[in-house]
Design a protein around this ligand. Sequence first.
Ligand SMILES: CC(C)(COP(=O)(O)OP(=O)(O)OC[C@H]1O[C@@H](n2cnc3c(N)ncnc32)[C@H](O)[C@@H]1OP(=O)(O)O)[C@@H](O)C(=O)NCCC(=O)NCCS
Length: 143
Amino acid sequence: MEYIKGIENVSFDAILALYNSVGWSAYTNKPDSLREALNNSTYIVICMDEEELVGLARSISDDVSIHYLQDILVNPLYHRKGIGRKLLEKCLLRFEHVRTHMILTDNEKKQKIFYESLGFKNCSELKETALNTFVRMRGVDLK
Ligand SMILES: CC(C)(COP(=O)(O)OP(=O)(O)OC[C@H]1O[C@@H](n2cnc3c(N)ncnc32)[C@H](O)[C@@H]1OP(=O)(O)O)[C@@H](O)C(=O)NCCC(=O)NCCS
């Protein structure tokens, strides 16, 4: 496996196929929006298995106070091989000088295990700090 900064070496179709492989239709139904989101990301790292794109992570950051991991995805054929961990480690290393690292993700056990194994804490479970998180999403009625 090779980890490469940026997406200059892969086609947009390969990126779309990767997003399709994890069923992220919110992106794949709007390819132009995905292209713009990628272009406006602060940092992207990909994982290649020879010529095949098998994983991608992308971050947004001000390079001082916040690093927000927006997407991390690995082709299901390659899950549990340490690729997701490596991609996230690359993002954390790129923004190691930044104070806060944040993620908004599906409320599923596998995501919880994955992020906790990389040092993230769920704010709602913190007992000894006064931290909380709030989210607002366009078009989504959060209950
Ligand atoms: C989340 C995701 C990126 C993890 O990628 P991955 O390459 O399979 O993860 P890794 O092999 O690096 O796993 C690292 C650790 O996370 C945990 N983990 C990952 N997937 C897990 C699963 N399905 N169930 C339980 N624990 C899991 C384990 O602790 C694992 O370490 P281990 O294999 O030594 O036990 C991948 O499942 C994915 O692409 N999912 C679809 C997209 C998504 O939900 N992305 C996250 C939201 S932004």
